[in-house]
Design a protein around this ligand. Structure first.
Ligand SMILES: [Zn+2]
Length: 317
C-alpha cells in the first residue's frame, strides 16, 4: 500500500511548497520503515504477521506430523507415523525454536492442521486467540486461560490497541470432490488431549487483519462466501490455493473481483503438510502455484503473486 506516495503526487502541485514537501517525504520515509509488514510462512495455512508493533499468528501449525502411510509421506522422513486415531502431540522443541512472542492468534477453523499447535502456543505466549466456539472449547480443554479466548461467529469487528480485526463468515474447502460437510461443533469442553480426528472443523472463518498501515485478508480454505466479502479492499490477500478450488465456479475470477484486485496475493495452504520443514515442496510450486500465478496475471496484470517459502519472510513496504 502506498497511500502517501499517491497523496503527494496528487496534491503537491496545488498545496505544498518545495520545503514542506521535502520534509513530508523525509518524515514519511522514516515512518514507512516502521510500518513495513513482515509475513513469515510456517507452511500449511500458518503465518506470523508483524508490523513491528503487533505480532499476529494465523493458524500456526508447526508440528507437521507424519500423518498416515499414503503417498504424501516420505521414506526419508524418519519420524514416527501418526494416525488419525492417535492423540496429537505438539513438537514443542520445534515450536520453541520458531515462535517466541505473539499478541494475537487467529484461527480459521478447528482441524488439526490449523488448531492443534495452538494450545501450546497460546499458553506459551499468552496471546489472545480469536476463533469459533469449537476452537474456544478445545482450548479451554487444554487449559488456556479464559481471558485469552475470544469466541466469534463471523460479523464481529473488534478494535484492540494498534490492531483491529473483522471476522468474516466463511466455508471450508470442498473436500472429497464436493461431498464434504461437517456440522459438528463442540458446545462443551471436550476431553483432552484430542486425537487427530477429534480436531473437527467447527465452522470456518476468514479475517481482515488491520495493522497500522496495511490490511491483510486471510483465508485458510479454498472457498469463501462471496457476499460476505463485498466492499473489502485488502492490500494483501492470503489466498487459499490447492486443488479443491479447481472444482469451484470461477474461483480466481470471483475472488479477485470481490476483493478489488489486491496489489499483493500470497498463496496459502498449498504445501504438503505431511512433510517436515526442509523437504522439497517444488512439486506443489509447479503444479499449483505457477498455474495460479499465470491465471492471476491474466485477470489482474497489476497484481503481484508472491510464492512463499517455508520459514521465509516476505516484506511488504
Ligand atoms: Zn480444514
Amino acid at each position: 500500500m502506498k497511500p502517501f506516495k499517491k497523496y503527494i503526487c496528487y496534491t503537491k502541485p496545488f498545496f505544498f511548497n518545495f520545503l514542506f514537501v521535502f520534509s513530508l517525504i523525509t518524515s514519511l520515509s522514516a515512518t514507512a520503515q516502521n510500518d513495513k509488514l513482515q509475513l513469515k510462512y510456517f507452511g500449511t495455512a500458518g503465518w506470523e504477521i508483524s508490523d513491528g508493533k503487533i505480532t499476529v499468528l494465523v493458524d500456526p501449525y508447526i508440528t507437521r506430523i507424519k500423518l498416515g502411510t499414503g503417498p504424501g509421506v516420505s521414506d526419508l522422513d524418519t519420524r514416527n507415523t501418526v494416525l488419525s486415531s492417535d492423540v496429537f502431540v505438539s513438537d514443542t522443541l520445534l515450536i520453541d525454536s520458531l515462535i517466541t512472542k505473539a499478541d494475537f492468534i487467529l484461527v480459521h477453523h478447528s482441524h488439526f492442521d490449523h488448531l492443534a499447535d495452538v494450545p501450546y502456543i497460546a499458553k506459551k505466549t499468552g496471546a489472545k486467540v480469536i476463533g469459533t466456539e469449537t476452537t474456544r472449547n478445545i482450548l479451554r480443554g487444554y487449559g488456556v486461560p479464559e481471558e485469552q479466548l475470544y469466541p466469534v461467529k463471523g460479523g464481529e469487528d473488534y478494535q484492540f490497541e494498534n490492531f483491529s480485526v473483522r471476522v468474516i463468515p466463511s466455508i471450508h474447502s470442498a473436500l472429497d470432490n464436493k461431498h464434504y460437510i461437517d456440522n459438528r461443533t463442540y458446545i462443551e469442553v471436550p476431553k483432552t488431549p484430542l486425537k487427530v480426528s477429534e480436531f473437527i472443523e467447527g465452522g470456518s472463518l476468514m479475517f481482515l487483519a488491520r495493522f497500522t498501515n496495511h490490511n491483510v485478508l486471510t483465508m485458510a480454505s479454498m472457498n469463501f462466501v462471496e457476499s460476505e466479502l463485498l466492499g473489502q479492499k485488502p492490500d494483501v490477500l492470503l489466498a487459499g490455493v490447492n486443488r479443491s478450488q479447481l472444482g469451484l465456479y470461477k474461483y480466481n475470477e470471483r475472488l479477485l473481483a470481490v476483493t478489488n484486485y489486491p496489489k499483493i496475493i500470497i498463496p496459502t495452504h498449498w504445501d504438503n503438510f505431511r512433510l517436515p520443514y526442509g523437504f522439497s515442496q517444488q512439486s506443489g510450486v509447479e503444479q499449483k502455484l505457477i498455474p495460479f500465478q499465470k491465471a492471476v496475471k491474466k485477470l489482474s496484470p497489476e497484481t503481484k503473486v508472491i510464492i512463499p517459502k517455508h520459514l521465509g519472510t516476505i516484506i511488504i513496504e
